[in-house]
Design a binder for this molecule. Structure first.
Ligand SMILES: *Cc1c(COP(=O)(O)O)cnc(C)c1O
Length: 416
């Protein structure tokens, strides 16, 4: 089944009870059963069925099954946010004393989370890129996972997933990949060797910015063992489902980071048009990057599929024609960057990506405000930089808007 067909038909049959063409919103906290025996079986995973929506819910399950199909995994767990997905993934496998190796170009919220984990005795080491040497230098018996984003947000560096997976596996470590900025439309990390895929479905998957949520997809390929991951001991018997079994029966359930049925429904609705939207996001972003790069008063435009990007070759090889919907622009000064944002007519000044509408933000003073200058620069965040999440508008209007704002700042705040 090709991807755009899979968006509609992958792991989806019409609703069994009613024939509805989307799984209905089972907006119920709990589910009653005819006998004590039946609910006992459900609690012991010996019978299918639902008990309580913090544990599982039919609308949420339907969303999970469809993402599993699209990411080519064996199972998925949907949660209340992308951050909850990252937190639950690490809490599912780690204990005090463990260490993570992560690329430094990751989302600001994830850096904040890794700092919180230090209080639990879990340390994160940052590397610029995943190479044999960079891992070798940091790896020790406490290292338990390697983390990266497919396209770093907002550095827009591109992880060579296949090469990274081979290196990480040569150290017998699992590769956890945040695929939010690329989505399974652009690349499916599991096919290239990633072990666990995380998507903040708040972004492109939902598409309309109406719900915050996240989803964790397990490839089933990493061989967890109880010596290295003692907290997983009870679940190793589930073989390739060890990670998911612990997540579903323990971490996810006990943290209580469940997704509401209503939001799962909105995500499924959005998911069906992911292909159409991503095609347009990518096309619009590519065009905007190419045009703005040529303009006076612009210090630099960064977009994975610009020839000037240091990640062009990796992006081309891995993504083909689709470089994603995000670009960054540098304007020489913070004053000019602010004035540019304020002058834009269509683009909304907002902390989000992946909406149908074009969005802009100044990351240094917002998302990265808790990070040090060093952390910011490693994440590709500068004082004169704005991030643009290009929407699906007619690109002619967006180009005109960006051109008029640039002309305005060039007149009012000329570059010295
Ligand atoms: C937004 C984002 C997150 C966090 O997701 P939320 O749904 O906002 O919690 C994580 N990773 C990346 C790359 C993101 O863009």
């Amino acid at each position: 089944m090709n991807f755009e067909t899979a968006l509609l038909h992958g792991n989806f049959d019409t609703d069994e009870e009613t024939g509805a063409t989307l799984t209905p919103i089972y907006q119920s906290s709990a589910f009653g059963h005819e006998s004590a025996e039946k609910i006992e079986k459900i609690f012991h995973n010996q019978a299918p069925g639902f008990a309580y929506s913090r544990i599982s819910n039919p609308t949420v399950n339907s969303f999970e099954r469809r993402i599993t199909f699209l990411e080519n995994g064996i199972s998925s767990v949907a949660v209340s946010s992308g951050m909850a997905a990252i937190a639950a993934t690490f809490l599912n496998i780690l204990k005090s004393g463990d260490e993570i190796i992560s690329k430094s170009s990751i989302f600001g919220g994830t850096i904040d989370l890794f700092r919180d984990l230090e209080n639990l005795g879990i340390k994160t080491h940052y590397i610029e890129d995943i190479t044999e040497e960079s891992i070798k230098e940091l790896v020790n018996k406490n290292t338990k996972a390697v983390f990266a984003e497919t396209i770093g947000n907002p550095k827009l560096d591109v992880t060579d997933i296949k090469s990274a997976a081979e290196i990480i596996h040569s150290f017998d470590l699992p590769f956890i990949l945040d695929n939010t900025t690329a989505t399974p439309y652009i690349v499916r990390g599991i096919e290239l060797g990633a072990d666990i895929i995380i998507n903040s479905s708040s972004k492109y998957i939902n598409g309309n910015s109406n719900s915050v949520s996240g989803i964790i997809t397990d490839s089933g390929n990493y061989k967890w063992n109880s010596e290295k991951y003692p907290t997983m001991k009870e679940y190793i018997k589930f073989g390739k489902f060890s990670f998911t079994a612990k997540l579903k029966n323990d971490t996810y359930r006990n943290i209580g980071c469940c997704l509401s049925p209503m939001n799962a429904f909105f995500n499924t609705l959005g998911l069906e048009t992911l292909g159409l939207r991503m095609e347009k996001h990518c096309k619009n972003a590519q065009r905007l990057a190419e045009v703005i790069e040529q303009k006076k008063g612009v210090k630099e435009v960064n977009y994975p599929l610009l020839i000037t990007s240091p990640y062009y070759d990796t992006a081309k090889k891995q993504f083909g024609e689709n470089g994603g919907g995000i670009l960054t622009i540098r304007f020489y000064t913070k004053e000019r960057a602010f004035a540019f944002i304020n002058r834009l007519k269509y683009a909304i000044n907002i902390t989000n990506i992946g909406d149908t509408k074009t969005l802009v933000i100044h990351p240094a003073s917002t998302i990265y405000t808790h990070n040090s200058v060093e952390e910011k620069e490693k994440a590709g965040v500068y004082d004169d930089l704005i991030r643009v999440s290009v929407g699906i508008e007619d690109i002619r209007d967006i180009l005109e808007d960006f051109e008029q704002a640039l002309e305005y700042i060039n007149n009012e705040y000329p570059v010295e």
